[in-house]
Design a protein around this ligand. Structure first.
Ligand code: FAS
Ligand code: PHB
Length: 393
């Protein structure tokens, strides 16, 4: 077994692991990132599209925002459609100047990977069976296998950025954690197509047939979603079936303006809300999807991972640079406070926008009444807007 040492081991090379790795390297804190798959595999996953202002600022702080500002699309609002109507939520007006940035998670991940290469920092891809050990004591370490050889990395801290299915949360004794979960009775069928978006901003659609979302990656690449049943399969949907269905769920003027074309990515994501408490166990810290999952309706998943990184970095910088563990000891409580507000918002948006078979026609009318109130109330719209652009860290 090979044995090495570093200060911080990060399990997971997704956006949270890479961003934390960059901030640690920038602060002169030695770190190693492990991932079970290749960088190419990670970049092949189609995930988030909307960045909160806090995420934009964090990427600027990390020195990886140049391409985002060059290629990203700042958005000052989005549309809600329901009952054949279309209303714009003016984020910039309602939040006194805040916006969101449309820039795919794939691009954020690529920018962070490129920076890590420039930093010459260590990332071990295709590291099999990474396992955190002894994190309840003073000498934690991580083992993994690579090319048939078992490796051990001794460290001061282990940061679990390994997503919902990763080993970090599972390494904690069950009695030491509390989990909270809600599984939604539907999924999202999403496509990517090299066609211009139907509108210059996003459109969230409530319809008796189900939810739909018109999003984008660039001005020539669209990202569309329709709510689908949990037992549906992406291969059951031809492109024509998808285009017909999403246009049924949109107001006529939008449906008629939609440019259709061949999809080059088509997949179904299940929807769940999930939180684990606490997010720290001795020298092991859980970050991002390792600790919480939200339905993508509120565009919070990636953005919550970033605010977790902000809090855990404050803790690690305090420990190494200021010889103080106050922020480290406060990590779980601070992170969870923001996590639960985003979990609530994502649940609320999902509940308001999706068709729930159990709720019947009464439920549809209640959703339409809530939307009608929302778009005509400055107070209600302000609440939606301040949550959508991201609550303060
Ligand atoms: P990630 O899941 O991105 O990264 C975890 C990393 O850990 C992965 O690279 C994985 O390979 C690695 N890992 C796992 N097990 C490991 C092991 N045993 N050893 C080593 N490494 C291991 N969010 C939005 O805001 N908007 C969206 O539209 C949206 N769409 C989504 C669609 C899908 C299908 C999914 C699954 C999620 C979506 N999300 C969306 C949420 C998503 O963007 C996450 O919030 C975001 O990727 C969180 O980043 P990380 O916490 O870094 O976790
Ligand atoms: C996306 O573009 O993938 C996207 C945008 C907004 C959401 C969810 C997903 O709320």
């Amino acid at each position: 077994m090979s044995r090495t040492r570093t200060q911080v081991v990060i399990i997971g090379s997704g956006p949270s692991g890479l961003l934390l790795g960059r901030l640690l390297t920038k602060a002169g804190i030695d770190n190693v990132i492990l991932d079970r798959v290749s960088a190419a595999y990670i970049l092949g996953r189609v995930r988030a599209g909307v960045l909160e202002e806090g995420t934009v600022h964090k990427l600027e702080e990390a020195g990886v925002a140049e391409r985002m500002h060059r290629e990203g699309l700042p958005h000052s609002g989005f549309d809600l459609t329901f009952d054949g109507r279309r209303h714009r939520i003016d984020l910039e007006h309602l939040t006194a100047g805040k916006k969101v940035m449309i820039y795919g998670q794939t691009e954020v991940t690529q920018d962070l990977m490129d920076q890590r290469t420039r930093d010459g920092a260590s990332t071990i891809y295709e590291a099999e069976d990474a396992q955190p050990h002894a994190f309840d004591g003073s000498q934690p370490y991580v083992t993994y296998r690579k090319d048939g050889v078992t490796h051990r990395v001794d460290c001061d801290f282990i940061i679990g950025c390994d997503g919902y299915h990763g080993p970090s949360r599972k390494a904690v004794p069950e009695a030491a954690l509390k989990t909270f979960e809600k599984v939604y009775p539907f999924g999202w069928l999403g496509i990517l197509a090299e066609v211009p978006p139907v509108s210059h901003e996003l459109i969230y659609a409530n319809h008796p047939r189900g939810f739909a979302l018109c999003s984008m990656r660039t001005e020539t690449r669209s990202r569309y979603y329709v709510q689908c049943s949990l037992d549906d399969k992406a291969e059951n949907w031809t492109d024509d079936m998808f285009w017909d269905e999403i246009r049924r769920r949109l107001p006529d003027e939008v449906a008629q303006a939609m440019t259709t074309g061949p999809s080059f990515e088509k997949s179904i994501a299940p929807l769940r809300s999930f939180v684990v408490e606490p997010m720290r166990f001795g020298k092991l810290f859980l970050v991002g999807d390792a600790a919480h999952i939200v339905p993508p309706t509120g565009a919070k998943g990636l953005n919550l991972a970033v605010s977790d990184v902000h809090y855990v970095m404050e803790g690690l910088a305090g420990h190494y640079l200021d010889k103080s563990d106050v922020a480290l000891n406060g990590y779980s409580e601070r992170a969870l406070s923001r996590v639960w507000k985003a979990v609530r918002f994502s649940w609320w948006m999902t509940t308001m926008m999706h068709r729930f078979d159990d709720n019947g026609t009464f439920g549809q009318r209640i959703q339409e009444a809530e939307l009608d109130y929302l778009v005509h109330s400055e107070a209600a719209s302000k609440s939606l807007a301040e949550n959508y652009v991201g609550l303060p860290y």
